[in-house]
Design a protein around this ligand. Sequence first.
Ligand code: GLP
Length: 241
Amino acid sequence: MKVVIDTSENIARLAAQQYKELLADKPDAVLGLATGSTPLGLYAVLSNMCKAGEISFAKAHSFNLDEYIGLDGNHDQSYRYFMNENLFRNIDINISETHVPDGISSNQQNAADYDKLIEEAGGIDLQLLGIGVNGHIGFNEPGTPFGSLTHIVELTDSTRQANKRFFQSIDEVPTHAISMGIKSVMHARSVILMAIGENKAQCIKDTLEGPVTEQVPASVLQLHPDVTFYLDHDAAKLLTK
Ligand code: GLP
């Protein structure tokens, strides 16, 4: 495991370099993308680099981690909308090569079709992750089996409370989501996990220094052969090793 600790601005720049190198080497790379406030700095850097001609996504493919059940892509809190606004419309990616799980038509029976789609595209080269305060990755809440593929999840109260800031009220926060599973994430050839802010300090300590346990979904990354953690000083402040 590689751990990079720097300011939030610098970790966004450093992570962007990893994309630049990957796409220079493999222009048609398959990117696993994430939502949340954490990747916004990275997406801004990538957008600027693309405008400056320093990076191109023209041949790349992307697969997002998750989506709320019940929201269609036009809903301003859907993850499809988030991706279009914060990244896709600012870069040269072919929008038909961007994939976000469907919040309307997805169900427990067809959810794992998403993994087949990823496999058909050649598998994910670089998976980006944020982390929930309870250690979740994607929407894989504590207790999710490490063997899970893309599936429908019931969101925990803690996650709904954390995400309610984007909605008018807690009642509007969806109760379910579709999320790539832990096994789907672990299949990626390389993984980046970014964390910013003091409220992530405990889950980052548990993820990096605690036991590998389904109670802390991100702790599974200790078993991944190529993972880089990009942390700001606040998120890293409880690390001792
Ligand atoms: C959501 C997303 C996660 C994300 C997490 C943290 O629950 N499903 O993928 O990592 O929020 O979000 P933030 O980066 O806003 O703290």
